[in-house]
Design a protein around this ligand. Structure first.
Ligand SMILES: *Cc1c(COP(=O)(O)O)cnc(C)c1O
Length: 374
């Protein structure tokens, strides 16, 4: 049996360190805030090179807090537009609409499965305030076109970095720092257990170089208070638990190894998978731009392929079968014409990558190569 993701394997290398971290927090506290959260924030600043990092409750809240903070700071107002990739996880869009902002769906590139940056400019209106690139499947969504449009139209770039922690992007001369999470004006991280760096529960973070924004996010996540019992915003309780911060720090210390393991597995698929019925993910010249949160192929014969793989003991998954504009909660967008997004949603299959060994990936590749239509 080739599991899509094996939680025991995911946790096993860290068991002792996770237990020690839990012990530390249980014994020493505090149970809210304190040194573990501050230490994780420091680790995230070191990872990204940003001036600020704020630990928060989860990835969706990280995005919501960024947009809400921009509204509180007068940078955006309800009714303003945010350009989003049409083929993202629904949470990216939920954050936009939850803040009363209007999502403007832009098609992805069939090659990268990320926002097609060549289509952004024609989607811009006088109400556009932000672009929300999602580094889908762990591939940095970043190029000169995107950076240049944001600069020329004076609009914010908010990265959804839930899937690409540790990835790097290169745009010579345009930006000092090259880690995802430091490319735009602000970024949201998720430490959902199955992300490349996962907590043992829900957790997230915001990174930014913008001190005002960081302060607003931190206050909004703590009832809107800038100091004790003094509320400048009508905020939320979206804090990061110290016990999760302690767990995340254990895993984050191993991030290079985690992402190297995923790259090594992806390289085996890239080398071995060869079947005319399957389109493997495009591989850019730059290996560091990918941290392979998912290894997602395209096929016009998805049901048959999944059934075949299942019969050979290979678990697969689909990320995501229903794009946001086709969700019941976004019925007002259901008539949008987004053929690339629909085509991707109908033909993607994610293969095991996170916890399989390179030998297992080679075996799965051989099984895939034997797939044919009957
Ligand atoms: C996981 C994920 C989120 C949401 O993160 P949570 O921590 O689960 O709230 C947002 N966007 C993308 C692209 C994700 O993959």
């Amino acid at each position: 049996m080739y599991r899509f993701l094996d939680m025991n394997r995911l946790t096993a290398p860290y068991l002792d360190a996770l237990r020690a971290a839990a012990d530390r927090v249980i014994t020493d506290g505090p149970y809210i805030g304190g040194g573990e959260v501050a230490a994780l924030e420091s680790d995230l600043r070191a990872l990204t090179g940003t001036a600020h990092a704020v630990g928060v409750s989860n990835g969706l809240d990280a995005l919501r807090l960024i947009f809400r903070a921009y509204i509180e700071l007068g940078v955006m107002a309800p009714g303003d537009e945010v350009i989003v990739p049409a083929n993202t996880y629904v949470a990216s869009v939920l954050a936009v609409t939850d803040c009363g902002l209007t999502p403007v769906f832009v098609e992805p590139s069939i090659d990268t499965l990320n926002l097609d940056t060549a289509l952004i400019e024609q989607a811009i209106t006088p109400r556009t305030r932000a672009i929300l690139p999602v580094h889908l499947y762990g591939r940095a969504c970043w190029d000169v076109t995107l950076a240049d449009i944001a600069r020329r139209y004076n609009i914010k770039i908010v990265e959804d970095n839930a899937q690409a922690i540790g990835a790097q992007a290169h745009t010579p001369g345009l930006h000092g720092s090259h880690a995802t999470g430091a490319l735009g004006d602000a970024a949201a991280f998720s430490f959902y257990p199955t992300k490349n760096i996962g907590a043992l529960g829900d957790a997230g973070a915001v990174t930014t170089d913008d001190t005002e924004l960081a302060n607003a996010v931190r206050a909004l996540a703590n009832y809107g208070s800038d100091r004790r019992y003094h509320n400048i915003y009508r905020g939320y309780n979206c804090r990061l638990d110290p016990i999760q911060a302690a767990f995340i720090r254990v895993k984050l210390a191993d991030i290079d190894n985690v992402n190297a393991g995923r790259r090594a597995n992806a390289a085996v698929y890239n080398r071995l998978v060869c079947n005319p019925l399957i389109t493997p993910p495009s591989v850019g010249a730059d290996d560091t731009a990918m941290v392979w949160h998912q290894y997602t192929i395209l096929t016009n014969h998805r049901d048959a392929l999944r059934q075949y793989l299942d019969s050979r003991g290979v678990q697969t998954d689909i990320h995501y079968a229903t794009p946001p504009h086709r969700q019941p909660c976004y019925a007002q967008y259901s008539s949008l014409n987004l053929p690339v997004t629909d085509r991707i949603a109908d033909s993607i299959v994610s293969l095991p990558i996170a916890t399989a060994t390179p030998d297992e990936i080679a075996e799965i590749s051989a099984i895939i190569n034997e797939f044919k239509l009957i």
